[in-house]
Design a binder for this molecule. Structure first.
Ligand SMILES: Cc1cc2nc3c(=O)[nH]c(=O)nc-3n(C[C@H](O)[C@H](O)[C@H](O)COP(=O)(O)O)c2cc1C
Ligand SMILES: *[C@@H]1O[C@H](CO)[C@@H](O)[C@H](O)[C@H]1NC(C)=O
Length: 285
């Protein structure tokens, strides 16, 4: 019996260690949740604690209650004119394409100001207007932005493609070379404010901030098209924090979209895409 005791002690020890380890692993998994797919930008997650934010948000309903009501002025068009206007607007937006070759030619700043004013008319959750449009014209800053994005993109490609692709990276290099970040006369970086600040310095909840800013981006794209400028919608993966620091934006702002804006490059090419027909996108009940 006595010669068995050390064996028993060893077995019990191993068991204890095993139970502890597996519990730890389970806890770890719980903490991490389901693994995030590579195209999900960690930085875009809103880490605001909704409970805490709700408690902090005592400013908000007060404002809502005290806003004065005024008559709404409406322009009514004859039906025929409605049809014409809607058709013409569609014809305009139909011409919009993502253009990845942008000329160095300067654009009038008044136009940029107007398209951003248009974007700022977007509806937003509880009228929080949770957006910041950073307009970059400085060639030095544009180049720094390019360096950050190309560097991160290279890491994205390497990580996602795995070791087998690394040897082929030279061939693929063009995939993360983004010349338009230097050539476009203007870069518009759209930040969503995941929360705001009340006058007393406490956090103010920005309800549905990502939906609100996305709507503003849609209006901005339409306004650019209307003004005769081109862009390409880009979502620089994992670049948010570095670009935020570079542009001196506060931590409650997260980069959502980057738009290089200008005139199309000479002989710019676009993929020959077709869009879904109405009966594929519209269901009438
Ligand atoms: C949310 C979003 C992210 C996009 N990200 C990129 C991008 O990072 N790089 C790029 O070249 N195009 C990007 N695009 C552009 C799409 O590829 C393009 O809109 C699509 O191919 C349709 O072409 P069109 O814009 O010419 O209609 C993005 C578009 C959206 C809406
Ligand atoms: C684009 O593709 C469509 C359908 O495949 C074709 O009919 C059209 O001619 C193409 N456009 C150009 C400019 O090549």
């Amino acid at each position: 019996m006595s010669f068995l005791t050390p064996v028993l002690v060893a077995v019990v020890c191993i068991l204890i260690v095993w139970i502890y380890k597996s519990a730890d692993r389970r806890l770890q998994r719980k903490k991490e949740g389901t693994p995030t797919p590579p195209w999900v930008d960690e930085d875009l997650k809103d880490t605001t604690d909704p409970q805490q934010a709700e408690e902090d948000a005592d400013e908000w309903p007060e404002v809502e209650e005290s806003v004065e009501l005024i008559p709404y002025y409406h322009t009514r068009y004859p039906e025929e004119e409605m049809a014409t206007r809607s058709r013409e607007f569609y014809e305009l937006l139909r011409q919009r394409r993502s253009v990845r070759s942008i000329s160095e030619e300067q654009v009038p700043m008044e136009v940029i100001e107007n398209v951003i004013k248009a974007a700022g008319t977007a509806p937003s959750g509880a009228h929080t207007e949770p957006w910041t449009f950073v307009v970059v014209k400085d060639p030095v800053v544009k180049h720094k932005i390019r360096e950050i994005i190309e560097e991160e993109e290279e890491i994205n490609y390497m990580k996602r493609m795995g070791r087998r692709w690394v040897t082929d990276l030279k061939k693929l290099r063009t995939n993360w070379i983004k010349e338009y970040l230097d050539t476009a006369p203007v870069l518009i970086l759209i930040f969503k404010q995941v929360h705001g600040f009340a006058e007393n310095g406490r956090r103010k909840v920005h309800y549905y901030n990502e939906i609100s800013v996305s709507i503003a981006c849609g209006i901005l794209l339409s306004a650019l098209q209307n003004a005769g400028l081109v862009t390409v919608t880009t979502t620089p993966l994992n670049c948010g924090p570095r670009l935020r620091v570079l542009l001196d934006r506060p931590t409650n702002e997260k980069l959502l979209v980057l738009l290089p804006v200008g005139y199309p490059g000479k002989e710019a090419l676009v993929p020959n895409l077709s869009r879904k027909a109405l009966d594929q996108i519209m269901v009438t009940v």
